[in-house]
Design a protein around this ligand. Structure first.
Ligand code: GTP
Length: 290
């Protein structure tokens, strides 16, 4: 009774992760019905898709501490727009062997309004509503921890050309409106698996999931094309502005998110030097011409 009516989503699985029972909140939060879940392995359904390293980290934490805490990948939820905190607790026997696992998705919507706002602010840029640097870095780490061969991905670092001039000519408020309009235009064209984040100032980054080298170039071209149409802003001003893009494909060697972003930034620098309004790739020994 308490299990069924608990506002948090709860699933009980065996030690391997096969579902024994789930509650109504879990169905509401993930979109998976009880029947669909029965006997499915939750590790296969969610975790394994985020990479073997991630899977092994979780398994190891459960084996040693009986506990793991993190976030559920939104791509693996039917309700993929939401990212829920997930806890996995092992029920262990006296020899510390896991007998069953309790998976709990916390329903943040139950938090008081003020607390929810704090959670939102911690992960989003207040001006545009886009994910912020922190969210981006978490996503990049996730991408970098996946097996690479079958999942080529890329990072596009975008910087506006001549944004300072917009501020100087029209004022800071119009500059803000322009950043919001750009965020909306770029978001509208992205696939829902990709992430558009604002790092601050006039810098945006797109984490492209499962895109080949060629695909990343096509996306970069489309982005630059999107700046050919002027932005009609909420304050009535019409502003024309361009953008340059630096691209770093996920390498086969193991690197961290900071280095990957730095590579995209270096490619962006090359695009700026090449006269702006173009894209450039980062290549390990040199920056490749577009
Ligand atoms: N309106 C507005 N301006 C900002 C914000 N954050 C930073 N800026 C301004 O954005 C400008 C960014 O500087 P730059 O990237 O050097 O300007 P730019 O003219 O685009 O230079 P290039 O990239 O070389 O073309 C600075 O003038 C900052 O003051 C913001 O949140 N709102």
């Amino acid at each position: 009774m308490i299990f069924e009516h608990c506002p948090d989503g709860i699933v009980i699985t065996d030690a391997r992760g096969c579902v024994i029972e789930s509650n109504a909140s879990f169905t509401r939060m993930t979109g998976y019905t009880v029947d669909e879940l029965f006997d499915k392995n939750l590790f296969c359904l969610w975790v394994a898709n985020d990479g073997r390293t991630h899977y092994r980290t979780i398994r190891r934490s459960i084996a040693y501490t009986g506990y793991w805490q993190g976030e559920v990948s939104p791509r693996l939820m039917r309700n993929y727009m939401h990212r829920y905190p997930l806890r996995i607790n092992a029920i262990r026997n006296e020899q510390q062997k896991a007998l069953a696992l309790i998976w709990t998705l916390s329903d943040e919507t139950r938090l008081p309004e003020k607390q929810r706002e704090l959670v939102r602010l911690a992960h989003h840029d207040p001006l545009t509503g886009l994910p912020n640097r922190r969210s981006l870095m978490a996503r990049l780490e996730c991408m970098l921890n996946r097996p690479r061969r079958d999942t080529p991905s890329a990072v596009l670092y975008l910087d506006l050309d001549g944004f300072k001039q917009v501020n100087d000519t029209f004022g800071h408020k119009t500059g803000d409106n322009l950043l919001q309009a750009i965020a909306a235009r770029l978001s509208a064209r992205l696939r829902h698996n990709d992430m558009l984040a604002r790092l601050g100032g006039d810098e945006f980054v797109i984490a492209l999931e499962r895109n080949s080298h060629e695909d990343a170039a096509v996306v970069a071209e489309h982005i630059i094309e999107q700046f050919q149409t002027s932005f009609e802003l909420a304050d009535g001003n019409i502003v024309h502005i361009g953008a340059s893009v630096g691209i770093a494909s996920l390498p086969h060697d193991r690197i961290g998110a900071e280095l990957l972003l730095d590579r995209a930034d270096r490619a962006l620098y090359a695009a700026k030097r090449a006269g702006k309004g173009v894209y450039r790739f980062f290549e390990s020994s040199r920056v490749e011409d577009a």
